[in-house]
Write a protein that binds this ligand. Structure first.
Ligand code: AR6
Length: 183
């Protein structure tokens, strides 16, 4: 499914983010930036050691990445030229600023992409795996952040949500349709 918001195409697909040929892909990382499981593990495995080397330089410079913030490395051996590493919140029941922090993770990733002049970007479903954020609530935040950003900015011209399961894809698409009244 794809939609146009202002100058930006927004797509929803089921797939593996490491296979995307967008200029940047987003990693659902943790604050250490040293890798982990899920998307993070898959990206470091497919992208090779160069990504971790660059993460270590960022750690030396700024000591990791706080929740809601984003940093950028090259894509190593990946088809994508860049990886934007962002840290979503761990779900603690919803009363610990999780919604604002998840929104920050999307907005700061998009902002960083725009500053770098990146034309296309792919997002996984941040925080809904190991970090246990309920998928419907996470999808509502992701969709709202992307819609608002695309409404106010020309770049990136393509924003793609890459969902790992069909169930997640259905949730994200339905959330988009509810938010926009589109079908
Ligand atoms: N492509 C697209 N989506 C994927 C892929 C893939 N290759 N692999 C998994 N997913 P998670 P989080 C989906 O746990 O919740 C790591 O250890 C997955 O099914 O990767 O933000 C980090 O180092 C789920 O829907 O990220 C952190 O410590 C979504 O990606 C922590 O996990 C996010 O799941 C971050 O947890």
């Amino acid at each position: 499914m794809q939609f146009l918001v202002n100058h930006t195409r927004v797509e929803f697909i089921r797939g593996d983010i490491t296979r995307q040929d967008t200029e940047a892909i987003v990693n659902a990382a943790n604050s250490s930036l040293l890798g982990g499981g899920g998307v993070d593990g898959a990206i470091h495995q497919a992208g090779g050691p160069q990504i971790l080397e660059e993460c270590k330089k960022i750690i030396a410079r700024q000591g990791g990445c706080s929740t809601g913030q984003a940093v950028i490395t090259s894509g190593g051996d990946l088809p994508a030229r860049y990886v934007i590493h962002t840290v979503g919140p761990v779900w603690h029941g919803g009363g610990h600023n999780e919604a604002a922090l998840l929104r920050d993770a999307y907005c700061n990733s998009l902002q960083l992409a725009q500053v770098k002049g990146i034309k296309s970007i792919a997002f996984p479903s941040i925080s809904t795996g190991v970090y246990s954020y309920p998928i419907k609530q996470a999808a509502a935040i992701a969709v709202a952040a992307v819609r608002e950003f695309a409404g106010n900015n020309e770049l990136p011209g393509l924003i793609r949500f890459v969902l790992f399961s069909n169930r997640d894809l259905v949730v994200y698409q339905a959330t988009w349709e509810e938010a926009t009244g589109s079908r």
